[in-house]
Design a binder for this molecule. Structure first.
Ligand SMILES: Cc1ncc(COP(=O)(O)O)c(C=O)c1O
Length: 384
């Protein structure tokens, strides 16, 4: 196996993409095949993703953001609608709602160690205009998705899932992203199933799937691939769609990586357990996202996030870790405080406190115990 490390300057990067030779072969074979835009490998990937997630339909697209946008459009969101969404997420979650003309309404997270959307905060944010709730599987953790689905059912609301972090995560035995009307996954370069840029959408709803299929390719009734195969000769345009298609080299890479995903997520789980053990003796820091308990629960462990004590200088800790070659990050600056969304946004005390005190440590399936020990040692020193 040849490993290609793309993040050489760090001894321990936040995320690292290891591409075995077989993956590179699969992409090279696709490049030599004479067909690069959405075609047979994409179809194969969609079938594999549907089998893997248990969803009736899986549709591969250009990015997680495209999947979120298409999902919001396909469930009919538009001007006058409100969608409750966490502020503690990547801004793409919120933008996707806003693209449709619907209004994102921010709600708080469950607590300083539970950085996921709180059902109680969602309930308090409901108005007669609320049409949907967008939950985010923060760090690959299911959070309160099941309680949110029950709340949605009780109020006639659509549950949408941003499962960008959560491919392979299960709750009650079900893949995260398949609990509500639809789920959006990201295959961006730092994600559990990283291919560069890409994403997918899952749904059990035939109409949503049909709408997404149409809108991801300009609203055209046939695909270039269909015409190439002689399955169609012309097309009509029945909606104002987009070019949100994935391409064949990326689909080929995603297919290869999907076969290893469970093993890689199990490795992430082992690293998560080891981080928690190693951190127990370090004062001033505590891990967040406690692993869910119960039948069929398995987080994807996309991020390993910690919360620092109030009196700890986070910038100094991050600088000390960087000096030892350990990359850190902050997930996330809260969306409701960005200039574009700040006007009229509510105060979200847990989100704001979490955002001020959290730090993300390296987490990737290929991380060695030696690398993890370096992170823990550097953290212990910085806080000592
Ligand atoms: C929570 C969340 N939602 C949406 C996205 C958007 O995904 P993409 O970068 O594939 O467009 C990302 C990641 O980038 C994310 O972390």
């Amino acid at each position: 196996m040849i490993s290609v490390s793309v993040m050489a300057p760090w001894k321990v990067p936040l995320a690292d993409v290891r591409l075995p030779e077989e993956d590179i072969d699969a992409v090279a074979e696709t490049l030599r095949s004479g067909w690069l835009s959405m075609g047979p490998r994409t179809e194969e990937l969609e079938e594999a993703l549907a089998r893997y997630t248990g969803a009736r339909h899986a549709l591969a697209v250009a990015s997680g953001t495209a999947a979120l946008h298409l999902l919001c459009l396909a469930v009919g969101l538009g001007p006058g609608d409100e969608v409750v969404v966490p502020s503690m997420t990547f801004v793409a979650t919120v933008n996707a709602i806003a693209y449709t003309g619907a209004k994102p309404v921010f709600a708080d997270i469950a607590g300083i160690a539970q950085p996921w959307l709180a059902t109680s905060s969602v309930r308090a944010a409901l108005t007669p205009r609320t049409r949907a709730v967008m939950t985010v599987a923060y760090g690959g953790h299911p959070g309160e998705a099941r309680a949110l689905r029950d709340l949605g059912d009780a109020h006639g609301l659509t549950l949408l899932e941003d499962a960008a972090h959560a491919i392979g995560a299960r709750d009650g035995g079900r893949q995260i992203g398949t609990l509500g009307a639809g789920g959006a996954y990201s295959f961006f370069a730092n994600k559990n199933l990283a291919i560069g840029e890409g994403g997918a959408l899952t749904t059990d709803d035939d109409e949503i799937a049909e709408r997404v299929r149409l809108l991801r390719s300009h609203g055209m009734t046939t695909l270039t691939w269909d015409r190439h195969r002689g399955h169609a000769s012309g097309y009509d345009v029945v909606a104002r769609g987009f070019n949100y298609r994935i391409d064949e080299p990326r689909a080929a890479l995603a297919l290869r990586r999907l076969g290893r995903l469970d093993a890689e997520n199990r490795r992430r789980h082992a690293l998560d357990v080891r981080y928690r053990e190693g951190m127990a003796s370090i004062a001033g820091v505590a891990p967040t996202q406690p692993p869910p308990i119960g039948d069929g629960a398995l987080p994807a462990h996309h991020l390993f996030t910690v919360v620092l004590d109030r009196d700890v200088d986070r910038a100094a800790v991050r600088a000390a870790l960087a000096a030892r070659g350990v990359q850190t990050s902050v997930h996330y600056p809260p969306a409701h405080l960005f200039s574009i969304y700040a006007d009229g946004a509510p105060a979200l005390p847990h989100t704001e406190e979490y955002a001020a005190r959290t730090m993300t440590l390296p987490m990737f399936a290929g991380m060695s115990e030696g690398q993890q020990d370096l992170v823990l040692e550097a953290l212990g020193e910085a806080l000592g």
